[in-house]
Write a protein that binds this ligand. Structure first.
Ligand code: GLC
Length: 644
């Protein structure tokens, strides 16, 4: 059951597809108060209550004890106690004797004190008008599914988006891109796409290719696509200030955000000064979405939307400030350390000038919606592949999400693991982190351990920042070890793709804590370094420097050890076990009476046959979601039962 409460006159976010009836009474079980800080909600926690959610937020899986400021922020130096990240995801579930969910549907800042100040009390404050949805059901898992059902179906990319992607800031020219492809081919490392970071552009301007360094983008895209490798260019949110027709059109039609005096606001990002599209205005989404035709005309079908918080390096106002001032982040928020200057620009909403702060959290997601609509029309009957850095709750309908600029450390590998449930609760099934870490030099062992985690995440991309050691798998010794883990992903794709399809259709999540299924097992309730993946699998990656780890099995299961080719199955009893996991192997578990479909190894998804599978595990049949991987016909009748 979902109950809706409205505070003030909030801007319509359209996060829930259905319009629920508005309640008038107290938002039980919260105690509500209007204070000078905004709208405040308190809830006394019981000793065993856990809190799940907050999407991509930092911290542990259980958010009890955490403070979080939901305010989309570019923060490339985040750690576990960071207060804001790229996205704003405001859905939590309090899991205890009387579980309930709460979605703070606010376009602006929401401050979550989840038993941080007072260890037994939740205090949540929304600064601006907003809508509160309270969800009541029998358990946390059912509450999550209800939220998923109300917020709409998750984005479903083309099958090739489930392959392995290689990226770097940046591959500087065509030759380097071809080298990445050829090296993967030479060492038989699977690959489905290569990402082009900002240096493919002419002076970092979107919708351009630098003619010297990329003289024949169409040729490059076609040559690689024929081999089964797609190109995904980055698209930054700011449009470079110049005299081009698309900019003239935007200015003439008033498509860009404005200063208080009505003149266009300029902010510097990678290309220097840029304009930001005012996605709240009519026609602007269509204008922006259609710009992607520049890429689709070249045969490009995948897009990587970046800097869409929006991130600002400096504005006209802050340009001439001394460096230290320019670098000052907003005092209220953490961020990339730059003066974001959000107070200087305005959107036009229903004919009114609205300061950006009032609706900040929606911006990144609206860009994704514009991109999705545009690409959807441009690619006609084919699915594309889209992922973004910033998003709001409900952006999952239009885009995948990657978790931004992480670091090459075991702490960030662990953080990646901890983010999986929250992201899924928000519907971001197509999500993943920069495998190997964005900032820092990634060691061989860290990359192998990270691959062993990321091979379960639908978005599986290795990405690394400009000044660090190359992070492509072929740069490390014993390439076969890397091949083993990439092979595991491709051999497991029938299962991963199928579980993804079922989760989309049934408003389910892919990653869940053991306690969602093994409710009465006290030990399982406290396990936070193992997760269930889909209906059949339990994953237990090694998230630190160790070679062994302890695993808890709430029931007897099939232990699967994969060595690069074969899935070796052993029946193991319930209880604790210590397992040794060499860097080049994958260990996971299959639940009793369940199966996992696996296929033969291949180098690209174009060569995969998702219907040619072997079932492993102790079950006898499996419910498989299967489609052609390209068309938009995603429906329940694509699910069929296959037997051993
Ligand atoms: C941002 C992105 C990162 C990208 C870089 C350059 O930091 O998060 O992924 O490589 O910009 O475009």
């Amino acid at each position: 059951m979902i109950k809706k409460y409205v505070y003030g006159k909030p801007y319509l976010t359209r996060s829930y597809s259905e319009d629920f009836k508005e309640e008038t009474g107290e938002p039980f079980p919260f105690q509500y108060q209007k204070t000078e800080k905004g709208y405040t909600f308190r809830y006394p926690l019981k000793e065993k209550d856990k809190i799940y959610g907050l999407g991509e937020a930092t911290g542990k899986i259980d958010k009890r004890g955490k403070r979080w400021i939901s305010f989309a922020s570019d923060n490339g130096h985040h750690e576990d106690d960071t207060l804001s990240l790229y996205s704003a995801h405001n859905f939590i579930v309090i899991d205890g004797e009387t579980p309930f969910g709460a979605f703070f549907d606010s376009p602006s800042t929401v401050i979550f004190d989840l038993a941080y100040t007072n260890k037994d009390e939740i205090v949540i404050t929304s600064e601006k008008p907003f809508t509160l949805y309270l969800i009541f059901n029998t358990d946390a898992y059912s509450i999550i599914k209800e939220h998923r059902n109300a917020s709409g179906k998750s984005y479903f990319p083309a099958l090739w988006g489930f392959g392995y992607g290689q990226s770097r800031f940046s591959y500087f020219n065509e030759k380097q891109v071809m080298k990445v492809f050829k090296k993967h081919q030479k060492y038989q490392l699977p690959l489905d796409y290569i990402c082009l970071d900002i240096h493919y552009m002419d002076e970092f301007e979107d919708f351009t290719f630098n003619k010297k360094r990329f003289p024949d983008p169409k040729g490059l895209v076609t040559t690689l696509k024929d081999e089964g490798v797609y190109i995904i260019p980055i698209v930054d949110c700011g449009l470079k200030v110049n005299e081009k027709p698309m900019i003239k059109e935007g200015l003439e039609k008033g498509y860009f955000v404005k200063k208080e005096d009505g003149t266009p606001f300029k902010a510097a990002v990678w290309p220097g000064f840029t304009y930001f599209v005012d996605f709240f205005k009519k026609d602007t989404k269509e204008y922006f979405g259609h710009l992607y035709s520049f890429y689709t005309d070249l045969g490009i079908e995948g897009f990587w939307n970046d800097m869409n918080e929006p991130s600002i390096f400096y504005s006209e106002l802050t340009k001439d400030l001394p460096k230290e001032e320019k670098k000052k982040g907003n005092p209220d928020f953490e961020g990339n350390g730059y003066f974001q200057d959000y107070s200087s620009f305005f959107h036009v909403i229903d004919g009114q000038n609205v300061n950006h702060y009032e609706v900040h959290n929606l911006y990144g997601g609206l860009l994704c919606e514009a991109c999705y609509d545009g690409v959807d029309k441009l690619l006609k009957d084919r699915r594309g592949v889209i992922f973004s850095r910033s998003s709001y709750s409900a952006t999952h309908r239009y885009s995948g999400l990657w978790t931004g600029d992480n670091s090459s450390t075991y702490r960030h590998l662990r953080l990646n693991f901890n983010q999986l449930l929250g992201l899924n609760m928000e519907g971001f099934l197509f999500s993943g982190a920069d495998t190997g870490g964005f900032g820092g030099n990634c060691s061989r062992s860290l990359l192998l351990r990270w691959l062993a985690l990321s091979l379960w995440t639908p978005l599986f991309r290795n990405h690394c920042a400009i000044i660090f050691r190359p992070q492509e798998c072929y740069h490390y010794r014993k390439k076969k070890d890397f091949r083993n883990l990439l092979n595991a992903r491709y051999q497991l794709l029938p299962y991963i793709y199928s579980e993804f399809g079922k989760a989309v259709l049934r408003d389910d999540i892919l990653f869940k804590p053991l306690s969602f299924i093994f409710k009465d097992d006290e030990t399982a309730t406290n396990i936070d370094d193992q997760l269930l993946f889909g209906d059949s699998v339990m994953i237990c990656p090694i998230l630190n420097k160790e070679k062994t780890r302890k695993v808890y099995l709430p029931v007897s299961m099939t232990e699967v050890r994969y060595d690069g080719k074969n899935f070796k199955e052993t029946n193991v009893d319930r209880g604790w076990r210590e397992i040794k996991v060499p860097l080049n192997e994958l260990v996971f578990y299959i639940l009793p009476d369940k199966c996992v479909p696996v296929t033969k190894p291949c180098l690209h998804t174009k060569d995969i046959d998702l219907s040619d599978v072997t079932l492993i595990g102790s079950g006898t049949e499996y419910e498989q979601y299967l489609d052609d991987g390209f068309t938009k016909d995603i429906k329940e009748s694509n699910i069929r039962v296959i037997k051993k």
